[in-house]
Design a binder for this molecule. Structure first.
Ligand SMILES: CC(C)(COP(=O)(O)OP(=O)(O)OC[C@H]1O[C@@H](n2cnc3c(N)ncnc32)[C@H](O)[C@@H]1OP(=O)(O)O)[C@@H](O)C(=O)NCCC(=O)NCCS
Length: 177
């Protein structure tokens, strides 16, 4: 299981009557975010929640949640990364990470809203943003391509990422305020 959404470019976005909002996360949101994330990554939800709690306290990180009414249904993060000599192909800058939408809420435009919100946050701090994904994850690649992301390289590695050179793609998008 790779945790990717099935790729279905022929289906269209679904309408919903629920009130959808995207906002900065607060501590009370993080248990749900952690549960969502570990469905994809495995590992302990409590450990993940604690890591997200640390993210909330750091000025160079951002945690966004999407809600349907008051229910948390999606998560995405941003963090600032400094180039390290062991990973010379991953440049210094802000990176989008961890986007996930609850399976029953996919194809409602929520991943896009979470990404636009994180791009707006980053645009206050930088003039470009990076993102990387598995080359086989076409759903997320289409989503980001539509928002202006273009390929930088497939020959890269990133700390703690399972992606090997050639299996992932590093992309970036320009930002303007
Ligand atoms: C990738 C993911 C976050 C997308 O969330 P989503 O809310 O369903 O996406 P959206 O409804 O905002 O889709 C925006 C665009 O992305 C593309 N897209 C999203 N899901 C797609 C799918 N399953 N198949 C084809 N295209 C897709 C479409 O171009 C879509 O535009 P459209 O609605 O006009 O067709 C979601 O599928 C998910 O949680 N996947 C599992 C986790 C994951 O792979 N995360 C990415 C890690 S890098």
């Amino acid at each position: 299981m790779n945790g990717f959404a099935p790729y279905d470019p022929d289906s269209t976005r679904r309408p919903t009557e629920s009130a959808i909002s995207v906002r900065p996360a607060v501590a009370a949101d993080l248990a749900v975010c952690a549960e969502l994330i570990v469905t994809r990554t495995g590992g302990s939800a409590e450990d993940r929640r604690e890591r997200l709690l640390t993210d909330l306290e750091q000025a160079d990180r951002y945690v966004a949640v999407a809600c349907a009414e008051s229910e948390v249904i999606g998560y995405g993060g941003v963090f600032h990364y400094e180039l390290t000599p062991e990973y010379p192909t991953a440049p210094t800058g802000y990176y989008l990470v961890g986007l996930i939408v609850a399976p029953t809420w996919r194809r409602y435009g929520i991943g896009e809203l979470l990404t636009l919100d994180r791009m707006r946050w980053t645009a206050e701090r930088a003039d470009e943003i990076h993102y990387f994904a598995n080359l086989a994850n076409n759903a997320t690649l289409d989503l980001h391509q539509r928002l202006g992301f273009t390929e930088v390289t497939r020959n890269f590695t990133f700390p703690n990422s399972p992606l090997k050179p050639g299996t992932g793609v590093l992309l970036k998008a320009p930002l303007s305020r």
